[in-house]
Design a protein. Structure first.
Lengths: 490, 988
């Protein structure tokens, strides 16, 4: 029996070894090295510095240098798997902070992606005068699309599975999560049960021309927020000409205010899989010159949740003061003569409240879908949609399918809606509304909507140069926006 | 009692024990019912008497004592004097009251003996009348009577007999001894089908297992066998189709076997005893369609673990053997085949511009990765970037040259599907020296298509068209020598299977309100090249027989998929950015070495012991190289009208509108190693009607995975396992026996399943994320089987089994989001239990003078339940389900009809498999099921004369629909049509 014992011992030893492994990090250093010696993830040629690999130490990108993203640039190692609270703490302890100075221009090679992993932070705090810009290195303009990847931020906030499989942390030791995200093989894991998680600050940041990464199913969003907590601040952000969505939230709780979403090939505001948060002041403008999507896309202004079997009843978003301006790109027909996209598609058994919002130049303005969760052609789970002061000027119907569950104030099609060059609605019905209370999603952030008495992203009567977007958005991205759109009042 | 190995050895002695010219021949003949275990020792020579009661000695002049023993116990002796080199002696021994009473007579060289026997059809078990039985190289011969009986009167001596019948394959029986006063009886079975030149072992004197049924009966473990004669009779073209005839076995996707409800990871496959490399980048399983019937000598499916098998033989071990040396003489065969499909042939199907040698199954370089692209991007692994800074990006000239280096072929055209055609040639020789050889070559060109293919899943509705041209090329060579007590064999195998697939799909995506059209052009060359050497050596010490078998082999598989092109349209608008050109090349090299030693010992009259021990070393090295290329739109205003060939013109690249870029993921390239060292020991003890078997296997295995571009995802798994087995056989009567066994087996994670990173499924592009925490599953197996034999080829068996899998590895839904939501991962679930019952039978229903009929078949019922881990249960939305790929009910029915006077036979084959899980689903969504299906095949054979045979086959007679469903709603379906093939075989 000696042989057996020996083998047993080795088997036990090897089994124990198998359980080990995991990540290690250099840890330590919290200051950007002042010495000329560069960290391993930076290489410079004159005033052009290239970032590659993993930024595992705190680092600052200064405005006097052109920064190049080469390949999948990760901040921290938080996208590895975790199996206990200790693992989570280790990721936080080892986390790195990437600081970007105002006015800095980060340019990406075609294969460039910036991934901020959980436990690490992106401190990108620009100013209206000196915004931070991400765009491709392929050319100097901002006209391209899919010329690089995008910015992905991951956090420890909860995510809920498609198909109502519940919170990612359910049933796991120490309520940890390892959700596999989209964006290629390098994206790794995110999620947790920390709604207040903080991934840093994204303020006065412009992200242009992204949307493509290596691998199949390979379009990614301009700003992807995967399990990002409400400790993170996202305010004054523009996503321009992205091949996929503008901003997409996968779970998480982060609130976003003052977003400018222009020329994106897919949806602009897309929140899914248990996102619980609030969005106020957003301009969505489809590319006025595009006639059909360039990618595998179905462009809408707002898309919330996915359909039917991928329903997530935990998703809850409150949206206020959004102006959604369509173009021919969302009216591309399929062979049946339909396939024209609505301004908003609200589905997958979500709960949403939309306030003081306008949709123009789409075929239909709003489409609400319920969920046939088991494919038997009957609705099993309903969406819960509240529209308050939501108006439209669309070619066909206001509601593509069914009405909202709750309507309040002025809701429905207008015969015409006129925008001025400040992207404010000039029609009387959009201003001086009787006061309504905006009910924010209680995600723990204490977020309170700014009370507005007007419909749209910009207060009527504001001069273009005084609008909140003026001065920092990409030049030309909101030019020639003044236009009157007619609606099909039935 | 049946000790098949011993019988074969004795037979070999008889056949090869030629009288030497320099010595006198002494023939010992022992008569009596119980000659089992009798050995004769004369001088320093000792032999067991063969089953017919003979032992033959070549003796130099001198005085001897002939000593007789039975199971090593003295039973008698007699003095013997050989006066001169030419004085042959005959010793007649009669068993009287357990004692051997011998009488020595000088051989009367003029007296005659009688050799009689009966000719039996292997297919029907009935007699073969009117066949000529003659002595080779002489005019002597007789015809068999209505009962198949014949009688030849021959002078004392050793003869080679030849049996000839217009309807049956020729047969030679060598070394038949005729002894005056000793009636020799031969039962000779003839085969209608079979492989002509290459015949199975002949039965001499008494019952010797020759057919698959007999092989099953004599195995010490639960075994199902498919012989070459069955594959031929049932018209099976590859190992995959032959396996579906076995009880409890189904084949998924035409390639991968599921044995007793257990898929790939629970099955081991060997070729001539060696573990094989695989051609599947995501699996360790061996795709069984790669092995054509033309080179297979037989397949054993052993469904219960014995320690001489790989430790992962839980559901079963599929042991394929290629053809060996011919059993008699020499002969050649040429076969030509022509076929058509009721739906496909002559209809318009998808095609595209290929290479000039496509018909050979070799790409001529048209699809090869352009050298410029390969050199510039390291096979697609390096990023390609476009910008003005040439230290970080390509120069414009490099960009244009890279882009233009690829063939501008994307368009799908309509071509007419051609008929199936094929030919094969084989030749075999066996010389008197024992040296033999066998060569075979086969070529097949077949076009197939899915017709009326519909998709109607959750949010997608539409149709697709998938056409495939398949070219098979097979080359085979076996050379060897059979000597008195040793043999050596060399087998060289080349198998190639090339598939040229074109799929165009057009679906409406309801969630996106869009038409999605996708085009796929795919060329896959799969290849197996192997060289094996094997041999055996046997000797006796007293009443102990020893056998040593060895094998050493090297094999390499390849899967070469150059320039897989896929692109799509949305609402009719082409998307140049959706194009992916993928070049992949998998190579796996396996080195295999095995040594088995067997000892058989007749301890006494009631005890018989057998000891087996062996070593196995196997080393597999796999390399996967993959490069993806795509299109970058450099100028957003670029022209996007027309076909993709027009859009991606040289001009467009030169204008800077578009450029080729790389899209290879960092986990696309990997190398893996799989090493195993195993040793086993089993003991088998027979006591009267009982046999007890016990043993254990020790397996030491290491598997490792390395990603050159993503080293953090590397993985290694080491294991040392001891796997015990115990079993018993009770032969209640000659006809009835019972078997029981209990064993422990394991199931290892696949090579890439423990990867820390994500990969893409090569067929579906689904994201597959490995699980580095996967552990090896332990399985406890219980087997019971009762077998009842009506005759040599009629039987009924009933098998019961139960398996408990601890921590079974299952492919399950991933905790994923966004585009990763459709991905899969692997998980150790809590437990899985499986139990089932299998019924297997064959009965000759009518045996007449001119025709006979038989019915055979099997039915299995398998119930399995996987208890999912908490995480899988949460994601799949269910707590328990059946094992993936497992059908609850599997059935086969074969009805055979034979007409002797004209040599015609007709067989109807019916195969059924029940619904089985194709893929698991998220949340409330039901499992994706492959719907149960019944298929009918008809095989006709006509032996025109000794040299010419005609075969006709209709497969899938009812054109049964292939369908998949979810929650009882059909989500995908298509038809494959009925295949009609006819072949002519010429033997000479």
């Amino acid at each position: 029996m000696e042989i057996k014992k020996h083998y047993l011992a080795v088997a036990i030893a090897s089994a124990t070894l198998v359980g080990c492994g995991g990540s290690s990090s250099s840890g330590g250093g919290s200051d950007t090295p002042e010495t000329p010696e560069l960290p391993s993830f930076v290489s410079c040629d004159g005033d052009v510095c290239t970032l590659s690999g993993t930024i595992n130490d705190d680092y600052t990108l200064t405005a006097d240098t052109t920064w190049i993203l080469s390949g999948f640039v990760k901040v921290g190692l938080g996208n590895g798997g975790v199996s206990s609270a200790a693992d989570v703490q280790a990721l936080k302890d080892d986390g790195a902070t990437l600081t970007i100075e105002p006015g800095t221009h980060v340019r990406a090679l075609n294969d460039g992606v910036l991934l901020v992993t959980r436990g690490s932070k992106l401190m990108a705090e620009g100013t209206a005068e000196a915004p931070i810009t991400f765009s491709s290195y392929q050319d100097d303009d901002f006209d391209g699309m899919g010329e690089w990847g995008g910015v992905i931020v991951q956090g420890f906030a909860p995510q809920y599975g498609a198909g109502n499989t519940g919170a990612c942390f359910d049933g796991n030791t120490d309520e940890v999560c390892n959700v596999v995200g989209e964006g290629g093989t390098g994206v790794g894991f995110y999620g947790g049960n920390e709604p207040a998680d903080n991934s840093g600050v994204i303020k006065y940041v412009r992200i242009a021309e992204g949307g493509k990464v290596a691998g199949p199913n390979n379009e990614i969003n301009g700003l992807t927020l995967q399990g990002v907590g409400h400790g993170t601040e996202i305010d004054y952000v523009q996503i321009h000409n992205n091949l996929d969505d503008g901003i997409e939230w996968f779970g998480g709780t982060v609130n976003v205010t003052h977003a400018v979403l222009t020329g994106n090939d897919d949806d602009d505001i897309d929140f899914d899989t248990g996102y619980k948060g609030n969005i106020q002041f957003a301009i969505v403008r489809k590319n006025p010159d595009a006639t059909a999507p360039q990618g595998s896309n179905d462009p809408r202004g707002i898309e919330a949740n996915s359909s039917d079997d991928e329903y997530v009843p935990q998703t809850e978003g409150a949206v206020a003061n959004v102006t959604i301006i369509g173009s021919a790109v969302n009216k591309a027909e399929n062979s049946n003569g339909d396939g024209l996209q609505p301004g908003m598609r609200l589905r997958g058994s979500l709960t949403t409240r939309i306030y003081n919002t306008a949709v123009v130049n789409f075929d239909d303005c709003v489409r609400v879908d319920d969920s046939d969760t088991d494919g038997d052609d009957t609705v099993d789970d309903f969406s819960d949609v509240t529209l308050v002061n939501v108006i439209g000027a669309c070619d066909d119907k206001f509601y593509a399918k069914r009405d909202a569950d709750v309507e309040n104030g002025t809701v429905g099609m207008e015969s015409a809606i006129t925008l001025d060059s400040a992207v404010a609605i000039t029609n009387d019905f959009a201003a001086d509304l009787s006061a309504v209370s905006f009910s924010a999603v209680a995600n723990g952030s204490g977020f309170a909507f700014e009370a507005t008495d007007y419909i749209g992203a910009v207060e009527p009567g504001t001069a273009a140069v005084d609008a909140w977007w003026a001065g920092w958005v990409i030049d030309g991205s909101l030019d020639d926006v003044a236009e009157t759109f007619s609606g099909n009042v039935q | 009692m049946h000790f098949s190995t011993r019988l074969f050895l004795s037979l070999a002695l008889l056949l090869t024990g030629l009288p030497s010219a320099m010595a006198a021949t002494t023939v010992v003949y022992i008569s009596g019912d119980d000659t089992d275990g009798i050995a004769v020792e004369i001088g320093d020579k000792k032999q067991l008497v063969n089953q017919a009661g003979f032992a033959i000695f070549d003796l130099d002049p001198g005085s001897y004592d002939a000593v007789f023993t039975q199971f090593a116990e003295w039973i008698g002796e007699t003095p013997l004097t050989i006066e001169a080199a030419d004085t042959d002696k005959d010793i007649f021994v009669e068993m009287l009251g357990g004692e051997a009473v011998a009488e020595v007579r000088p051989a009367d060289k003029t007296a005659t003996g009688v050799v009689s026997g009966r000719l039996i059809s292997r297919e029907t078990g009935g007699p073969v009348a009117g066949a000529r039985v003659g002595v080779v190289d002489s005019d002597i011969g007789v015809m068999s009577d209505d009962d198949g009986a014949f009688e030849l009167e021959l002078p004392r001596g050793k003869y080679d007999l030849k049996v000839a019948d217009p309807n049956y394959n020729r047969k030679e029986i060598r070394g038949v001894y005729s002894l005056p006063g000793v009636p020799i009886s031969l039962d000779i079975d003839l085969s209608l089908a079979g492989s002509g030149v290459i015949e199975e072992v002949v039965a001499v004197g008494t019952y010797i297992p020759a057919t698959s049924t007999a092989q099953e009966r004599d195995a010490s473990a639960v075994l199902d066998s498919i012989g070459a004669e069955q594959m031929s009779r049932f018209g099976d073209s590859s190992a995959a189709s032959a396996l579906t005839r076995v009880a409890g076995v189904s084949v998924v996707g035409g390639q991968y076997a599921v044995v007793r409800g257990m898929a790939g990871r629970y099955i081991s496959s060997t070729l001539n005893g060696s573990l094989m490399p695989s051609t599947d980048p995501m699996k360790r399983d061996v795709p069984l369609d790669l092995f054509p019937a033309s080179v297979l000598g037989g397949i054993d499916i052993q469904k219960a673990f014995t320690p001489d098998l790989p430790g992962d033989s839980t559901g079963g071990a599929i042991r394929m053997t290629t053809k060996g040396l011919p059993d008699d003489g020499s002969g050649s065969k040429i076969t030509a085949t022509l076929g058509m499909n009721s739906r496909t042939t002559f209809s318009d199907i998808n095609g595209y511009e290929g290479g000039s040698t496509d018909f050979l199954g070799f790409d001529d370089g048209t699809r090869e990765m352009p050298t410029y692209a390969d050199d510039l991007t390291d096979g697609g692994r390096d990023s390609v970037n476009y910008c003005a800074n040439t230290s970080l990006c390509l120069t414009p000239e490099q960009g244009v040259e890279l882009s233009e280096s690829f063939e501008n072929i994307y368009n799908v055209s309509q071509v007419q599907a051609k008929p199936e055609k094929g030919f094969s040639v084989s030749t075999g020789n066996l010389y008197d020296s024992g040296f033999g050889n066998y060569f075979a070559f086969q070529y097949k060109d077949k076009w197939s298509a899915r017709h009326d293919a519909q998709i109607d899943d959750a949010v997608t509705v539409g149709s697709y068209e998938r056409t495939k041209r398949n070219i098979d090329v097979t080359g085979y060579m076996a050379i060897g020598k059979d000597a008195d007590n040793w043999s050596v064999l060399s087998k060289t195998i080349l198998l190639r299977k090339t598939d040229n697939t074109i799929k165009t799909s057009s679906v409406f995506d309801d969630s996106k309100d869009q038409d999605n059209d996708t085009i796929l052009l795919q060329w896959v060359e799969r290849q197996y090249v192997g060289q094996q050497f094997s041999g055996d050596f046997f000797w006796n010490t007293g009443s102990v027989e020893h056998t040593l078998e060895w094998r050493a082999g090297i094999a390499q598989t390849g899967r070469y998929e150059p320039d897989r092109r896929q692109y799509s349209f949305i609402n009719g608008n082409i998307l140049p950015g959706s194009l992916e050109r993928r070049f992949s090349d998998l190579t796996e090299t396996a080195l295999d070495f095995g040594l088995d030693y067997k000892l058989e010992w007749m301890i006494d009259d009631s005890f018989y012991a057998r000891l087996k021990t062996g070593l196995m070393a196997n080393n597999k090295d796999r390399d996967v190289e993959l490069g993806r290329f795509g299109i970058l739109t450099l100028n957003s205003g670029a022209d996007q009208t027309g076909s993709l060939e027009e859009i991606l013109s040289d001009q467009a690249f030169e204008n800077g509108d578009y450029a080729v870029t790389t899209r290879t993921a960092d986990t696309d390239n990997y190398s893996a190693k799989d090493e195993m060292l195993a040793a086993y020991l089993t003991g088998e003890l027979e006591y009267y009607d009982y046999t007890l078997i016990a043993g254990a296997r020790v397996e030491d295995a290491t598997q490792s995975l390395e990603y050159p571009d993503a080293p953090s995802a590397d993985n290694e798994l080491e294991s040392n396992k001891v796997l015990p087995m115990i079993g018993a056989v009770w032969r209640a009567t000659e006809e009835l026996q019972f078997r029981a066994s209990m064993s422990q087996t394991i199931s290892r994670p696949g090579l890439t399943e423990r990867s820390e990173s994500a990969q893409y499924d090569p067929d579906t592009d689904d994201l597959i994320r490995g699980n580095p925490d996967l552990v090896i599953s332990d399985i406890t197996n219980l087997d019971l089987r009762a077998e009842y034999y009506f005759s040599d080829d009629e039987s009924i068996t009933l098998a019961l089994f139960n398996k408990t899998v601890d921590a079974p590895i299952e492919r399950t839904v991933i905790e994923g989001d966004g585009s990763a939501v459709d991905g899969f991962t692997y998980q150790n679930e809590d437990t899985a239990t499986l139990s089932g019952v299998e019924l297997d039978f064959r009965k000759n229903t009518f045996e007449g003078d001119s025709f006979s009929t038989f019915v055979g078949g099997n039915l299995s019922y398998i119930d399995s339940e996987v208890t999912l881990s908490a995480n899988s249960a949460k994601l799949e939305g269910i707590e328990t389900r059946q094992l993936q790929g497992q059908s609850e009910i599997l059935g086969n029915l074969q009805l055979g009809f034979d007409h002797y006077p004209t040599g015609q036979s007709l067989t109807l084959l019916i195969n059924y498999y029940d619904d089985r899980i194709y893929a698991v689903s998220r949340g409330a969504f039901g499992l994706e099921m492959e719907d149960g299906r019944t298929t009918f095949d008809l095989v006709y054979q006509y032996d025109v004369n000794e040299n010419l045979k005609i075969k006709a086959k209709a497969k899938n007679l009812t054109d049964a629909k292939v369908s998949y469903s979810r929650d009882d709603r059909e989500i995908e379906s298509y038809y494959e049509g009925t295949d009609y093939t006819a072949s002519v075989e010429y033997m000479f």
